[in-house]
Design a binder for this molecule. Sequence first.
Ligand SMILES: O=C(O)CCC(=O)C(=O)O
Ligand SMILES: [Fe+2]
Length: 157
Amino acid sequence: MRELFEDGMQSMRMNYYPPCSEPEKTIGLTPHSDASGLTILLQVNEMEGLQVRKDGMWVPVKPLPNAFIINIGDVLEMFTNGAYRSIEHRTTVNPVKERLSIATFYRPAPSLISPENPALFRRVTVEEYVQGFLARKLDGKSYIDVMRIQNGVGDNI
Ligand SMILES: O=C(O)CCC(=O)C(=O)O
Ligand SMILES: [Fe+2]
């Protein structure tokens, strides 16, 4: 997991929710899931407002002093083929006091393949790769040459 995020991107958002005399008529942040792998969130001034959707219900996340909240974002859900599910959440406002939060979003490394840096190797499943490896005799680096895209041949990306 550490490697996944090592060369990735980190961005930060600070949220300020002013007090609102009619909180039921508005919303702090509309329901969403984060476009991140992981989000680390700090509820700065320990005011309630964050809610997560669980079994169709909005559940408040009580701020704990000096505690971070770790949210799973959509990128991790896609990356793990749904094994980890991103969390839908929203924020409400209140009539008494402003609320502040700091969210840091972590995204995995962007692809190393681009028009300037086209793919050098074929895309294969791990199974196909290992079967091919086991079917050959050990011969230097010859197998990686089998994986190599030669003059665009085998480029199935
Ligand atoms: O203010 C919060 O507690 C949540 C903020 C949030 O969901 C976001 O910045 O994406
Ligand atoms: Fe969010």
